[in-house]
Ligand binder design. Structure first.
Ligand code: ARG
Length: 580
């Protein structure tokens, strides 16, 4: 259930009845302070201005048309014309009961859309590094959220599997195979790439063969194709293992590499020319865009085909957007790519729109993110200044989690087996890396700091995972099964009400994440729920409540808290454990 939407609807109707235009906005928000109620409508002032009415007078008229029973127990006009709404505890209790009866906590399914999400996108013959971490983690959390709401989500892993470097890689792979090198791993490939490049630069015969192979590969030559396949397979086999370690939902089936658009590229360039958008310039084909200016203040030229006939990253992104709409039937296309590629995407999409490849109703959204920084505030690198491999980072996460929590967990759970402990450490270590990223607003850079992310206090994975086990353990300790709670929920104490209200905002949070692609909103929400639960737990005895009906009622609130935390963390791709 979406309280914000419900109130917004009712207040808008009342505004219209009070003379406001049909497109007026009630601007209903969750109140920041308890004294302003649970929700407030902030839109009255703007509408009053349009109508030339004193805002408080309009607010009073709105109230005469507004019937919020049984939702609200009190409605107040405040300040210059805000409307404050206080939810009715009985109504809230009935909604908590409904949520408890449903696996998806009574969250309203979305109006189903086909949504393509472009994320992760590593490059072939290179190990995944920290640069691919944010895209992979944030993209996957948004994918999980969209699917939870019932959308048809298509994961598009835009793997960098095409380009002139493949001629060189094939030539080198051939040389290696002749010298026998089976069972190649991705780290072999990475070294391989560097050596191939050296050969390319120093050995003219090798360079010639490499160039020949590029042409053959593009022409669909069997042999080159199969060699290329090997390179992609070795790379992606390793990356899929990394996804599994990361608890990321991407599989082999989600690979939609740059290569699949290759066949579309000549047609796109020809079409852009025919439409008068692209012109020849020094043998290359260029689209001049008024929307972007070069250093001289002239329209910027975007090359779509080089003078040697080669196509570019931009050409591929034009084709890929077109494909996602035409072939995949996308209604929304989200890209999780770092902010440095913003201009590239904007140029590609400006061309896509001008060429009419995608109707305006389909959105192209760059959900960009900043960089990961070291504690020194500089881009996150190894001590020697190299890029940090993702697999090394994850090993380190587990080592650090183990160093910090091993003994602590065993002290609290002396009977825990080595296997279970290992699973818990793993969930915390990986969870910490993911959560520290997800909990920050993605648009800014963030500092990667092991001490902060593994802290047991604050908005961190271990704190949230622990908060979940704490609630879940209440049931275990008392040997109670949720299904045996038959007494009705009643909300009496202020703490109960605050917790119940926040729990009922799960849906609003999910929809915000789905709309804006900002998982940090879910992290902040869950952190808040955990905090409210603590306040409730300390002040409202649960197992030692005065009477059985209060005990059951409070257990119900605890049950919904546990399930909300678990489901919420699930949508973020953060694993929960039953004890730690
Ligand atoms: N492979 C690219 C990189 O590593 C990212 C691709 C992002 N997706 C896209 N449609 N351009 O930088």
């Amino acid at each position: 259930m979406n309280i914000q939407a419900l109130l917004s609807d009712k207040i808008t109707q009342a505004l219209i009845a009070a003379g406001a235009p049909a497109d007026c906005e009630a601007q209903v928000r969750q109140s920041a302070k308890a004294q302003f109620g649970d929700y407030q409508a902030n839109g009255i002032m703007a509408v009053a201005k349009k109508l030339g009415l004193p805002p408080r007078q309009l607010a009073e008229q709105v109230l005469t048309h507004l019937d919020l029973s049984p939702i609200a127990s009190k409605i107040e006009i405040a300040g210059p014309g805000f409307i404050n709404i206080f939810l009715d505890p009985e109504w809230l209790a009935s909604k908590v009961e409904l949520a408890l009866q449903d696996d998806k906590l009574n969250v309203t399914p979305a109006h189903k859309q086909t949504i393509v999400v472009d994320y992760s996108a590593p490059n072939v013959a290179k190990e995944m590094h920290v640069g691919h971490l944010r895209s992979t983690i944030i993209g996957d959390a948004v994918v999980r959220t969209l699917e939870f709401l019932g959308h048809n989500v298509i994961r598009a892993n835009h793997v960098g599997d095409w380009g002139t470097q493949f001629g060189m890689l094939i030539a080198y792979l051939e040389k290696m195979e002749n010298e026998n090198a089976d069972n190649m791993t991705l780290s072999d490939l990475e070294a391989f790439y560097r050596t191939a490049k050296q050969h390319y630069d120093s050995d003219p015969v090798f360079a010639e063969r490499a160039r020949e192979y590029v042409v053959k590969l593009q022409g669909g030559d069997e042999y080159c194709r199969s060699m290329w396949r090997k390179l992609v397979d070795v790379t992606m086999h390793q990356n899929i293992l990394t996804y599994q370690r990361l608890n990321v939902t991407l599989t082999v089936g989600d690979i939609m590499g740059e290569s699949i658009y290759n066949a579309m590229l000549p047609g796109i360039v020809a079409d852009l020319k025919a439409k008068g958008l692209a012109v020849e310039s020094d043998g290359a084909t260029v689209v001049y865009l008024d929307e972007f200016k070069n250093k001289e203040g002239e329209p910027m030229g975007v090359i779509v085909q080089k003078n040697d006939g080669g196509f570019l990253y931009t050409t591929t992104d034009i084709a890929c957007a077109k494909y996602r709409y035409e072939t995949l039937g996308a209604e929304r296309i989200l890209y999780y790519i770092d902010s440095r590629q913003h201009q590239h995407l904007m140029q590609a999409w400006t061309i896509v729109r001008k060429a009419g490849y995608i109707p305006d109703s389909v959105t192209l959204e760059h959900h960009m993110f900043g960089m990961m920084l070291g504690k020194d505030g500089k881009p996150f690198k190894t001590r020697s200044g190299g890029t940090i491999k993702l697999s090394d980072l994850l090993d380190e996460a587990i080592e650090n989690a183990d160093a910090k929590l091993h003994n602590l967990i065993l002290e609290k759970n002396p009977d825990m087996t080595a296997d279970e402990l290992k699973d818990v450490i793993n969930a915390v270590g990986i969870g910490a890396v993911k959560y520290s990223d997800l909990s920050k607003n993605r648009t800014t850079d963030y500092v990667f700091d092991w001490d902060i992310m593994l802290a047991l206090e604050g908005n961190t994975a271990p704190y949230m995972q622990y908060a979940y086990t704490r609630v879940a353990s209440i049931f275990k300790r008392a040997g109670i099964d949720e299904s045996t709670l038959t007494s009705a929920l009643k909300i009496v104490d202020e703490r109960e009400k605050a917790l119940a209200t926040r729990l009922m905002q799960f849906e609003e949070t999910l929809y915000t994440v789905a709309r804006e692609g900002t998982p940090h909103v879910m992290c902040a929400y869950l952190y808040d729920v955990a905090g409210l639960f603590s306040g409730f737990y300390e002040n409202c005895p649960i197992l030692n409540a005065d009477d059985e009906s209060t005990r059951q009622s409070r257990l119900k609130l605890a049950a919904l808290t546990a399930r909300t935390l678990k489901l919420g963390l699930d949508t973020l791709g953060i694993q929960t454990v039953e004890r730690m």
